[in-house]
Write a protein that binds this ligand. Structure first.
Ligand SMILES: Nc1ncnc2c1ncn2[C@@H]1O[C@H](COP(=O)(O)OP(=O)(O)O)[C@@H](O)[C@H]1O
Ligand SMILES: [Mg+2]
Length: 381
């Protein structure tokens, strides 16, 4: 049986909860010709939002395109993805993909031949040694040329845009900026999880995209909306969940989309295999523990990276303990503490909430409390 809860893959339609206002705002901006930037830590739901936005816009009859920069490690691949996703609007993407593999077979297909006549640059893809930057430049131009030809508006999603770092960031960001600002019929939605990289591209006054796009920060999902959703999902299999249990789950996850879903998935496995019909606080504690073990590789790797410096380690531990005054609590030079705090903030590991620093990843906090501080499991939540 398919799980009630999805953890990992993007969620769409009814499975995407708590984002209605943001979705409507983004769609309004894009359709009126503005561009948008979504910034949030990994697994906060950026891809889900981008895909849902594009799907709703497509349903209104506009053109859309979606490219994930995580999956395009070279300029050539990025150019191919851009071109293919634009052609998809006229269902020519398959023909294009076959064309890349076998040039001659495609030239026989009438409809594709016609497209090539209109957009000769596509022929460049038949050449293995074609200059990659030229291809990319032309594929960005192609976005607008294609929409002008069909007299349409297009909304383009560039997911994990911070990954342009892997290519030649400066060159590509400048290229995008110079092309996009002149386009009349295309709007863009960029998303990214590396806060520091996204800041450098879009937010700081020296950034190439400064004031170009509306920046939207994505946060956790409202816990009340999540609670209602979880209760209703479990009701579908005639399982009830107590208020205490839900409270415990939210105390841990604070509405973090991925971990909340992951824990619910573990709860669901457990409840089905144990043939129980109600979920209590003990079950939630166990599900958190199960989720912790399923994420252990990731968390350990993260900890290894973060705890490389002594100051950073001590600051993280102090934050994990919910210490009210980090500076006072540590026997460290104030300057070093402030440097560690700044580094952790730019990496998107901590943030300030009501004057207090806290860890953004609840599983990292759980790990530090449990494995480093050796607290008893129930106190780790
Ligand atoms: N709006 C949402 N409603 C419910 N679950 C969500 C939502 N957004 C994200 N999730 C959960 O988080 C996971 C990761 O979402 P995704 O969109 O891939 O995040 P990102 O692109 O920021 O890494 C999803 O598989 C799902 O479990
Ligand atoms: Mg994503």
């Amino acid at each position: 049986m398919k799980s009630l809860f999805q953890a990992g893959r993007p969620v769409l339609g009814e499975k995407l909860i708590g984002r209605e206002e943001i979705l409507e705002k983004i769609i309004r901006l894009l359709i009126s010709g503005h561009s948008v930037v979504l910034i949030a830590p990994r697994r906060f739901g950026k891809t889900s939002i981008v895909l849902e936005v594009l799907s709703r816009i497509k349903a209104q009859g506009l053109f859309t395109s979606y490219v994930d920069l995580f999956a395009t490690p070279t300029k050539r691949l990025l150019s191919e993805q851009i071109t293919e996703s634009v052609l998809l609007n006229k269902k020519l993407h398959k023909a294009f993909s076959n064309f890349r593999k076998s040039f001659s077979s495609m030239m026989q297909q009438i409809e594709f031949k016609q497209t090539i006549e209109d957009f000769e640059f596509i022929l460049n893809f038949a050449e293995k040694n074609q200059d990659e930057l030229t291809l990319l430049t032309k594929s960005i131009d192609f976005i607008e040329e294609f929409t002008v030809k069909y007299n349409q508006q297009i909304i383009c999603g560039f997911d994990e845009f911070g990954d342009v770092e892997k290519l030649n960031k400066e060159e590509i960001v400048k290229l995008f900026r110079s092309k996009i600002q002149l386009q009349q019929q295309a709007s863009y939605i960029f998303s990214g999880s590396q806060e520091s990289v996204m800041n450098k591209i879009f937010i700081t006054s020296k950034s190439p995209f400064y004031r170009f796009a509306q920046v939207i920060q994505i946060n956790e999902i409202n816990p009340d909306i999540f609670k209602k959703y979880i209760r209703e999902e479990f009701q579908k299999i005639s399982v009830s969940i107590s208020d205490d249990a839900l409270g415990r789950l939210m105390k841990f996850s604070k509405g973090n989309p991925y971990y909340t879903q992951l824990i619910c998935q573990h709860l669901e496995y457990f409840i089905i295999s144990a043939q129980k019909s109600n979920i209590d606080i003990v079950n939630v504690n166990e599900a958190i523990e199960d989720a912790f073990w399923s994420e252990i590789n990731y968390i350990e790797k993260l900890w290894e990276e973060l705890s490389a410096g002594r100051e950073q380690t001590q600051v993280l531990i102090s934050i994990a303990k919910d210490t009210p005054s980090i500076y006072k609590s540590l026997d460290l030079n104030q300057l070093n503490v402030s440097r560690a705090l700044r580094k952790l903030k730019t990496k998107g590991v901590i943030r300030k909430e009501k004057q207090l620093y806290c860890l953004i990843d609840p599983m990292l906090k759980y790990f530090i409390r449990k494995d480093i501080l050796k607290w008893d499991t129930p106190e780790c939540v």
